[in-house]
Design a protein around this ligand. Sequence first.
Ligand code: ZN
Length: 182
Amino acid sequence: MITKLEYERAKAEAARMIRAAGVVITEEEAGKVEVADFGLGNLHAEGAQILTFFCTERVAAKVIALFPRQTEPEHWHPRVGDDPGKEETIRVISGTLYFYVPGAGEVRAGSVPAGKESCYTVRNERVMGPGDQITLEPGTRHWFQAGPEGAVLYTFSTCARDVLDGFTDPNVERQTRLDDGV
Ligand code: ZN
């Protein structure tokens, strides 16, 4: 849970970062940036700011802004009925992104969020900069973290059903809840 003030501040900062990265967005879109704390209540450590350009039954395009060292928790996109699951390509626009997929390796440049060792199980690291991209097959566990200057990235995918994503951390709730202070 995060406060409404925290939500609004994060949304404004994310819109500023997206524009600073050279991505043109309308005022309306700036107001629609989704702030996701994944129910963990520690937005700047584990969270993401997501703007969906479009999401149809077949394709989706989004831009994600991550604050410095902010981590999108480990997750995967499972099969849904006849759909084998979301295939996703992530392309970095600005900043540095530490990206983790299954395979041999260690977390070197990035870091597992404090006390969350068991929630970050894939550790094959790649360090990505502007123009670098990675395509993930459906069902592949992955997580990513911004470098010290934050990061802005595109995600292009087949149909996105975010609420059905699987997360390694059992405490994740995909829908952000606001603490309105009452
Ligand atoms: Zn994903």
